[in-house]
Each structure stands twice: as structure tokens, then as C-alpha cells.
Design a protein around this ligand. Structure first.
Ligand SMILES: Cc1ncc(C[n+]2csc(CCOP(=O)(O)OP(=O)(O)O)c2C)c(N)n1
Length: 586
């Protein structure tokens, strides 16, 4: 136990160094949970790097997957991974060390990152163990904000129902989530009563006290006839005077001074550069603020996502027209639909990956089929979450949302077009999905010159050799490609197809008809998106060779958006190269 008392500080230092080396991480939640992770691995899990395939091994699922840097520190200490290698490659281009659990790495059982999955997965593992007569135990750790996800309580229900005494859930009750205190965002008290009502054995302990954690885990293993939940009453950012109990440290890269106060080890600091550009999500907030000044029916809903959606100013200025639902994307969409059915103009914002596929049934039935006036804002779309990995990328959203009847799908290219689009959508009363990226983007248009017609593509360039149809952030790259092609004597049309659905087929037919080939560019999987839709139109109305540039049908390589785009040829240069190679001779 004495050894663990000193180890927990070493692990914290490793964790901070991993974050510094990778230029970012979920440092606050790493610090609150690391004592439990360490104690679990050191004293309770019957696994080792040599037994990762043993069918009798204990299983662990990190449900609050964003605490990955803490998990890396523990896995390295336990010999599954090499600390120097993790530090050298965490979050870097092409690295397997992403910001969430990746089960291609030794010792990691399951991928996670989308909150609310760990407990039901752990229930499945525990059930399988019972069926096979094995005596392994299953553990999962969740965040307290995460408990707003309904799927957690579906898991709690089945764990209690099946009396899974081989199952132990731990809740990192640090009382903070992204947008502030859990009790302000979506009340969680009393955790003890909630779990007990689901038939669980409940232990509530000081969650940064190694002895208490160790004793509770022993008690859980001795408890028969029901699963155990350990409520770890922790402090977010525990151990560092600059971080403790501060929501702003949820995801943060310490500056030099903060770093010196967080950890004694010094490392060169790599910070992401922020060019002087504006993210499209900011344009959404500005335009909604403008519209809400005269329209009290506009309501904005967020799922612990108001900061990432740049919608905090709206919540501050119009608290009566703002609704926080906590980390509960399905609830978000259904509540928005219910409000819209009572006359509100509901704008619901959440990461694109979650508001589309996690809430798909709600988008389909409550929004589209019921024809409610809900505008779904998918933020941080495509690969803009970078090294946070596949769980956070939305590479299927265009296909998924377009397949729903009565759902329109828009990907504006820059801030000026975003503002025009939002103004047009405020004025209508039909469902729509708008996807924007996370990062600042270069302008395609100007304040004075942003030609915009609802549901009509914008002709950014008119050419005679090739038609490039692009959407969202890819439009800027398509324009750059057209400029490069012009230097080679190739004349390109660029269509900004911000309206993927309804697709402006007329523009596609006109452009394709005047050129020899069509190239589509999108930040999406190769199937069911812009490329598929354009190819359908071209094939039917004016057959021409079509080349579709997209992300691959495979896990996307780790990297920042620019690195990923460059790797897959989704840049001005890459697109120009493809066009030059692909364009048939005259
Ligand atoms: C389904 C889903 N929705 C949203 C997110 C984005 N997200 C990542 S961490 C986080 C806050 C988590 O808060 P909490 O569970 O309290 O974790 P902790 O404070 O311990 O870090 C959110 C909203 C996500 N990863 N998954």
C-alpha cells in the first residue's frame, strides 16, 4: 500500500507528460480517476501482459474513455505498453495511441469514447462469464456526467436483474463535467439511492483514497447475489493546485507555468497553431443571437456541448430560450421535437457523431416522420476531433441523415455561407441537419460577396474541362485545386454543394454537361454521401467518368484534420493531382 501511495504521484506525472507530448488531453478527469485505475490494476485484476488472451482473465472497460492518458500511464507502468513510445507518438500522425481506448493495443479489451457504452458492454461480459461457468470478474469506470446517458440505466437495470455479482461498476463522482457542475447541468444526486433502486450493492467512498478504494474493491468481490457499484467521491484535477475542482481543466494543455506547477518534469511543449480564421460553428451562434432578438420562439438545446458548439453566448444572453439536457443525445433530439411540436423553433446542437447515429431513431421518428421544426446542428463533424479517434469522427452522417425521408442535409463551407444558411433555416419550419467542423476554416466568400440561394449549389468557378463538386470544408480545397489546375492549363468548374440533400441536380447536370469528367470531394466515408449522390445524377442524365474523393472505408489514420486531409489527397494539391491523372483526353 505504501508503494501505491508514492506510485500515484509518479503516474500523475507520466500522465501529464503524455498530455504535454501529445499537445492536449482530458487532464481533469485523468487526475480524478487515476487512483482507482492504479489500485484496480495493482491489486485486483487478475491480468498481466502475459495473460491478455486467457479466457479466465478479469475484464476491464474504461467507459469514460476520455481518461485515456491516465489509462496509458497505468498500462505503461503495468508493462502492457512502453511509456517512451506512448510519449513519442501520442496523438501524432499515424499513431495507434489515440485519445480514447483502442483495442488494437495490448491490454485494452474494448474501444470506447462514446459515453454510455461501458456498463452495458460489461454486463455482456459478466453474463458470458456466468454462462460459461468462469469465475472472472468484470469492472468498468464511468464518469458522473456520463450517467445522464439513458443506456447507463438500461445497463444498470440488466445488471440488477441478472444479479451479476461478478460485475463491479465504479463511478468517478467528481461533480464536474464539461459545462460546469453536474448538479447545475443535470442533477445526479442521490447516486446512492438511484443504484440501490436498481438492485445494486452500493459503496460510497472517498475516491482519491487508495486504501478506501482497495477495501471497497475487496468488498465488492465478496458480495454475492448482486452487482456492486462503487461511488468514488473524487476531485477533478486531484493533486494539482492549479487544476483541482475547475471545469475549465476538463480538456486542457497546461502552459509553462501551469505545467511547472502540475509536474516537476520538463519537456518541450508542442501547441496546436491557431491561424487567424473563424470556425463555422461561431457563425451559427452569431446568427441565432441575431434572430432570437426578435423571435422568442427560437430555442437552443445542448447536451453538455454548449462550449464546443460555441453556443455559450446564446445560453448567457437568452437563458429563458436555452435548454441543457446533459450528456443525453437521444433525450436532446426528442425534447427538441416535443418543444417544436408545441410551436418552438428548436435548434439542437451536439457532436455530429452522436446527434446522428446515436440519436438516429429519434431523428427519424420524432423529427423527420413527425415533421417537427427541429434543426439538428452536428458540431465537430468529419475528422475534426483528430486524434480523439474513430468514436468521435462522423464519417457516416451524410449517408445516414440523407437516407431519412424529409430530412435535409447541409454542410456549409465558410462562415459567410453558414450565416446565410442559418438565416434561411430560421425562416422555414421543416427538419434539417447542418454539419460543421470544429476548426477555424479559411473563407471561400467575403462579407460583400457570398452568393446564396437556398438549395441551389454555388458556382464558385466556371470551367470547361472538369467539374469538381465539393461540400463543407472541402470546398476551400477544391477552389485551391482549381487554381493549381489553371496553372497547368486545366479549366475547372467548382460547385459548392452545401445542400447535399436536396442535391442541386440541375447544377450537376449543367456543369457535367459542359466538362469531360466529374470529381467529388467530401470528408465522409466513400459510401452513401456526396459522391454516391452525384454519381447517380451524372450516370442517369449525362454519363461522364466520375471519381469520388473521400475518407477511406477503414479506420481513419490518426492526425489533425490537415494531416488526415493531406494523407488521403483531400487538399488543393491532392485534388489537383487526382484530376490531372483522371481527366480523359479531349
Ligand atoms: C455519447 C457522448 N456524448 C458526448 C461526449 C463528449 N464528452 C466527452 S467527455 C464529456 C464530459 C464527461 O463528463 P464526466 O462523465 O463527468 O467525466 P469527467 O468529468 O470525469 O471527465 C463529454 C460530454 C462523448 N464522448 N460521448
Amino acid at each position: 500500500m505504501e508503494e501505491l501511495e508514492s506510485l500515484r504521484w509518479d503516474l500523475r506525472r507520466d500522465c501529464v507528460d503524455i498530455i504535454m507530448a501529445g499537445a492536449g488531453g482530458h487532464i481533469g478527469g485523468d487526475m480524478s480517476v487515476i487512483d482507482a485505475l492504479m489500485t484496480l490494476y495493482a491489486n485486483h485484476l487478475n491480468i498481466s501482459p502475459e495473460t491478455v488472451d486467457d479466457p479466465n482473465r478479469d475484464r476491464f472497460v474504461l467507459s469514460k474513455g476520455h481518461a485515456m492518458e491516465a489509462y496509458y500511464a497505468v498500462l505503461c507502468h503495468e508493462g502492457y505498453l512502453d511509456l517512451d513510445d506512448v510519449k513519442a507518438r501520442f496523438s501524432k500522425f499515424g499513431s495507434p495511441y489515440i485519445g480514447h481506448p483502442n483495442n488494437k493495443l495490448k491490454g485494452i479489451e474494448m474501444n470506447s469514447g462514446s459515453l454510455g457504452h461501458g456498463l452495458p458492454v460489461a454486463v455482456g461480459m459478466a453474463l458470458a462469464g456466468k454462462m460459461d461457468g468462469r469465475d472472472y470478474r468484470v469492472y468498468t469506470i464511468m464518469g458522473d456526467g456520463e450517467l445522464a446517458e439513458g443506456s447507463v440505466w438500461e445497463g444498470a437495470m440488466s445488471g440488477g436483474n441478472y444479479q451479476l455479482d461478478n460485475l463491479c461498476a465504479l463511478v468517478d463522482r467528481n461533480r464536474l463535467q464539461i459545462s460546469g457542475s453536474t448538479e447545475d447541468v443535470m442533477k445526479q444526486d442521490s447516486q446512492e439511492e438511484r443504484w440501490a433502486a436498481f438492485g445494486w450493492n452500493v459503496l460510497s467512498i472517498p475516491g482519491n483514497d487508495v486504501q478506501a478504494i482497495d477495501a471497497a474493491l475487496t468488498l465488492a468481490a465478496e458480495t454475492k447475489g448482486k452487482p456492486t457499484v462503487i461511488i468514488l467521491n473524487t476531485v477533478k484535477g486531484y493533486g494539482s493546485p492549479v487544476m483541482e475542482d475547475k471545469a475549465a481543466w476538463h480538456h486542457h494543455l497546461p502552459n509553462d507555468e501551469e505545467y511547472a506547477r502540475s509536474s516537476p518534469v520538463s519537456l518541450p511543449i508542442r501547441r496546436p497553431s491557431m491561424a487567424n480564421k473563424i470556425a463555422n460553428r461561431k457563425a451559427i451562434c452569431d446568427t441565432l443571437l441575431e434572430a432570437a432578438a426578435t423571435d422568442k420562439d427560437i430555442v437552443v438545446l445542448c447536451s453538455d456541448s454548449r462550449g464546443s458548439a460555441s453556443l455559450t453566448p446564446f445560453f448567457d444572453q437568452y437563458p429563458q430560450q436555452s435548454v441543457e439536457v446533459g450528456i443525453a443525445e437521444q433525450d436532446l433530439v426528442s425534447i427538441a421535437a416535443g418543444m417544436a411540436s408545441c410551436g418552438k423553433k428548436a435548434w439542437a446542437a451536439s457532436p455530429a457523431s452522436f446527434v446522428t447515429t446515436r440519436s438516429y431513431e429519434q431523428c427519424k421518428v420524432d423529427v423527420s416522420y413527425s415533421n417537427t421544426n427541429v434543426k439538428l446542428i452536428g458540431i465537430s463533424g468529419g475528422v475534426s476531433y483528430g486524434a480523439l479517434g474513430m468514436s468521435h469522427h462522423s464519417a457516416q452522417d451524410i449517408a445516414a441523415m440523407s437516407a431519412i425521408p424529409n430530412m435535409r442535409v447541409y454542410l456549409p463551407s465558410d462562415r459567410f455561407q453558414t450565416a446565410e444558411l442559418v438565416r434561411a433555416l430560421v425562416a422555414d419550419n421543416k427538419p434539417a441537419y447542418i454539419r460543421v467542423g470544429r476548426n477555424p476554416v479559411e473563407d471561400v466568400y467575403t462579407e460583400d460577396e457570398c452568393p446564396f440561394q437556398m438549395d441551389r449549389a454555388t458556382w464558385v468557378r466556371r470551367g470547361t474541362d472538369v467539374t469538381i463538386v465539393a461540400t463543407g470544408e472541402m470546398v476551400r480545397h477544391a477552389v485551391d485545386a482549381a487554381d493549381l489546375l489553371a496553372e497547368q492549363g486545366i479549366s475547372a468548374t467548382v460547385l459548392d454543394m452545401y445542400c447535399v440533400k436536396p442535391l442541386d441536380a440541375e447544377a450537376v447536370i449543367e456543369a457535367a454537361g459542359a466538362t469531360r469528367a466529374v470529381v467529388t470531394v467530401e470528408e465522409h466515408s466513400p459510401f452513401g454521401g456526396l459522391g454516391s449522390m452525384v454519381a447517380q445524377v451524372v450516370g442517369e442524365h449525362c454519363p461522364r467518368p466520375v471519381k469520388c474523393l473521400s475518407l477511406p472505408d477503414a479506420p481513419v489514420i490518426t492526425g489533425t484534420s490537415p494531416e488526415v486531409f493531406a494523407h488521403y489527397g483531400l487538399t488543393g494539391e491532392g485534388i489537383a493531382k487526382t484530376v490531372a491523372e483522371f481527366l480523359p483526353a479531349e
